[in-house]
Design a protein around this ligand. Structure first.
Ligand SMILES: CCCCCCC[C@H](O)CC(=O)SCCNC(=O)CCNC(=O)[C@H](O)C(C)(C)COP(=O)([O-])OP(=O)([O-])OC[C@H]1O[C@@H](n2cnc3c(N)ncnc32)[C@H](O)[C@@H]1OP(=O)([O-])[O-]
Length: 292
């Protein structure tokens, strides 16, 4: 067994030691990090930010069922961890994820995917209460683009490539691509992208509003973690309420959505943090959040 550091860490990060065992399974020894063993992902904590790194580089991080179960497991652990307030999902410089694992899907029949609810576990990410930031470099295709779109904020490297190429495999997007892309970029562009299967650049994605920031390749992850830390420094019940309310915009009419928002706004008046935030403003001092 030997010990190695897995990446240069950003300012304020905890140092995470990776113990690589004889069967190549990584264990993390940082106090805030998960103690769970994973094969296809890596997990670390950077202060109050939980980081999930997709780690099947030889397959361009193709999303096998196994990998996705691990992602779900790590997301749920971070969501339950009171030391974590935001989550970042990333890949490597070549690929965020090149889509669902085509080799795994190739031999599957309709009966098999239908009876086993092949993508049934995909929706778990939508139940995570804490903000999730996608830090995307390289290919984010098919399920990879859908995974990024399932996150709350996307930061992309200037060479990132997005796309929904499923049509070229004789299928269509199956993890929300036809629904989320149209909401993000409008009907005409979503139709063009999905019906032609053409890829699009990080710069196009930013222009269309799918991506919130395009950054130099080597800055994407650090900036995503920095944003996570900024969010983690605010009052967490309000952060979660804001996320919940924004996500309702996709499901409710404008009238119902504004009604839902107002109810949540009123409910936040029960928080000590509401009193603290407003008092700090009036007294011209920094607020001290207790998340209560
Ligand atoms: C359970 C969770 C699922 C949820 C999502 C389901 C619904 C979803 O909407 C359906 C899809 O995503 S459908 C998918 C939609 N996505 C697509 O259609 C994109 C498919 N990929 C590509 O078009 C090309 O690989 C790139 C253009 C990305 C790179 O080209 P390049 O630079 O010439 O590199 P390269 O030489 O080509 O690849 C290097 C190695 O990676 C391998 N590998 C790569 N992607 C894989 C995948 N998805 N699969 C498996 N393997 C994949 C590739 O075989 C090769 O391995 P090998 O052992 O050496 O043979």
């Amino acid at each position: 067994m030997f010990t190695s550091l897995i990446r240069p860490l950003s300012r304020g990060s905890q140092i995470t030691k990776v113990l690589v065992t004889s069967n190549n399974v990584a264990k993390f020894s940082t106090s805030g990090a998960l103690q769970k063993d994973y094969q296809d992902i890596l997990t670390e904590s950077h202060g109050k930010v939980g980081l999930i790194t997709l780690n099947r580089p030889k397959a361009l991080n193709a999303l096998s069922s196994h990998l996705f179960h691990e992602v779900n497991n790590a997301l749920e652990k971070f969501d339950d961890d009171t030391n974590i307030s935001a989550i970042v999902i990333t890949g490597n410089e070549r690929a965020f994820a090149a889509g669902a694992d085509i080799k795994e899907m190739m031999e599957k029949s309709f009966a098999e995917v239908y009876k086993t609810s092949f993508l049934g576990h995909w929706g778990k990410i939508n139940d995570i209460r804490k903000p999730i930031i996608a830090a995307v470099n390289g290919f984010a295709l098919g399920g990879g683009c859908e995974l990024a779109m399932s996150c709350d904020i996307i930061y992309a490297g200037e060479k990132a490539v997005f796309g929904q190429p499923e049509i070229k495999l004789g299928v269509i997007p199956g993890a929300g691509g036809t629904q989320r892309l149209v909401r993000a970029v409008g009907k005409s562009k979503a139709m063009e992208i999905i019906l032609s299967g053409r890829n699009f650049s990080a710069q196009e994605a930013e222009r269309w509003g799918l991506v919130s920031k395009v950054l130099p390749v080597d800055k994407v992850l650090d900036e995503a973690i920095r944003l996570g830390q900024e969010i983690a420094g605010l009052s967490q019940p309000s952060i979660q309420a804001a996320k919940e309310s924004i996500n309702r915009a996709f499901e409710l009419s404008l009238r119902e959505g504004c009604h839902f928002e107002r109810k949540l706004f009123y409910s936040l008046f029960a928080l000590k943090d509401k009193k603290e935030g407003m008092e700090a403003f009036v007294k011209k001092r920094e607020p001290k959040w207790t998340d209560e």
